[in-house]
Design a protein around this ligand. Structure first.
Ligand code: ADP
Length: 456
């Protein structure tokens, strides 16, 4: 800056001296100043042309302030050209990678119109790019479940959903998993994957387990029957009594496992259930409590019931009986003697909750996620000793899934556990007829519809 000012002052001084010697000081100074302005305009024009097309116009030889400006602009221009090259290369790599994915990827805007799709969108969904650009996704894929899922994913605070599994409309043999996620304020990404093979393998695996279990059922019954006959025979030597009892117990255990496996296979055969029965949960709890009473007495547990007897649910009676029975039996088995168990059945704004809480062994956090897997046990010996098959919580999970309900497990090692079954609001209803049933099953109740705490 200073260099340019000094240069300007120097030129004006020379003009003043020259003008003075010629007798026209101001005129010469004015002419020189005008010359400087014209020169600067010319230099600015050169700068403008260079900024517009730096490649066509080499950087001019300049000095002073303008040189600094050229240098800074040149640096910025080089930087942004480099960044542009990097971004272009990244975008092209990204498109190639997305294009190579076996899944269909479709981007849609807030109105559901297609913004972009990869090459596999054609094979998996029949969507062509750019042919179907700006066409509504729902006009091409007409599926109410998919539409509802995409609609839900578009909401501001939408959680990342599981996606929906649907039959392909274009190919009867194909099963698709379609998942939609919102990734900017306006755009959503739909990922569709062909899961036909996976589902086929799962089905084969389920069929295999069901068939093996079914085949084992009869031989086991025969073996157990003969063992029991032998046990009832007087001339069996004393030394065989203990092995025979062991054989009977193991046979019984295998029968329990086979029955649970068959039951699980039945539940899995049809993942969703259309709840139709009016299920009186109070009645189920009373029946279960009656059947486990000898065990509760033997272990000297305290059992507390906190039940809203007016609350009934729409679902499958036998399945819910089996799920609740597994939870109550587990609480008894995994709580040391003189323990405390509380069974709770109430509704709140979110729906109905059935929960079983104990102050027993508790479960370390690292096991909790895997508890509902088949045969997953924290302590295998303890589970076997209590007659467990390792399938109870898997059954609970499947029964709840079929009712659109969720299982929540809260537990702390050494402090106890709580297993909560959360039913959707639409399944639960208040029913005064349940009052009669609660009376019939011997439960005392008060006017508010809540069975007072019953201690055993
Ligand atoms: P099991 O037949 O072994 O009881 P489940 O599927 O019912 O099989 O339970 C899986 C495992 O979860 C059990 O082996 C046990 O380790 C743990 N578990 C279940 N319920 C409880 C509970 N109330 N307290 C502590 N651990 C539990």
């Amino acid at each position: 800056m200073q260099y340019d000012i000094w240069k300007f002052i120097a030129l004006l001084s020379v003009a003043a001296i020259l003008g003075y010697s010629l007798g026209h000081t101001f005129l010469v100074m004015l002419l020189v100043a005008l010359g400087i302005i014209v020169w600067q305009i010319f230099r600015l024009d050169t700068l403008y042309r260079w900024v517009e097309k730096p490649r066509d116009n080499p950087m001019p030889e300049v000095s002073g302030q303008l040189y600094l400006l050229y240098r800074s602009l040149n640096r910025k221009s080089n930087k942004s050209a480099k960044r542009k090259r990097q971004l272009t290369s990244f975008l092209s790599q990204f498109r190639k990678a997305v294009g190579a994915l076996p899944d269909a990827i479709v981007l849609i805007d807030e109105r559901g119109k297609i913004e972009w799709a990869n090459a596999n969108a054609k094979t998996v969904l029949g969507i062509r790019w750019p042919g179907d650009s700006a066409v509504k996704f729902s006009d091409l894929i007409r599926h109410p479940e998919v539409e509802a899922h995409i609609e839900a994913a578009g909401k501001l605070d939408a959680p990342v959903a599981q996606g929906v599994v649907v039959n392909s409309l274009s190919n009867n043999e194909q099963i698709l998993n379609i998942k939609c996620v919102r990734y900017t304020e306006k755009l959503r990404m739909i990922v569709a994957r062909d899961v036909s093979r996976l589902i086929q393998i799962n089905q084969m695996q389920r069929d295999f387990v069901a068939n093996v279990s079914h085949e084992l059922k009869t031989p086991l019954t025969v073996l157990k029957g003969y063992v029991e006959i032998l046990q009832g025979t007087e001339d069996v030597p004393q030394r065989f009594r203990k092995p025979l009892e062991q054989m009977r117990l193991q046979g019984e255990r295998m029968q329990f496992i086979v029955n649970d496996l068959l039951y699980l296979a039945k539940l899995e055969d049809n993942a969703t259930l259309k709840p139709s029965e009016r299920v009186d949960v109070t009645h189920i709890v009373n029946t279960i409590v009656e059947s486990v009473q000898p065990l509760i007495k033997q272990k000297r547990h305290k059992l507390e019931l906190d039940i809203d007897y007016n609350l009934v649910i729409s679902g499958a009676q036998t399945e819910l009986h089996s799920a609740f029975s597994n939870l109550i039996t587990n609480a008894i088995n995994y709580t040391p003697d003189n323990g405390y168990i509380r069974v709770h059945w109430h509704a709140n704004d979110g729906g109905a909750i059935f929960s079983v809480k104990d102050d027993g062994l508790g479960i370390a956090a690292n096991h909790i996620e895997r508890l509902t897997q088949r045969f997953y046990r924290v302590d295998t010996d303890r589970s076997r000793d209590g007659g467990g098959t390792g399938l109870g919580l898997a059954i609970v999970k499947h029964v709840l899934q079929r009712h659109g309900a969720e299982l929540e497990i809260l537990s702390e090692l050494g402090a106890g556990s709580e297993f909560r079954c959360k039913f959707p609001q639409q399944l639960s209803l208040k029913d005064t007829q349940a009052l009669t049933n609660a009376h019939a099953s011997g439960g005392a109740q008060n006017q508010s519809g809540v069975v007072p705490k019953t201690l055993f």
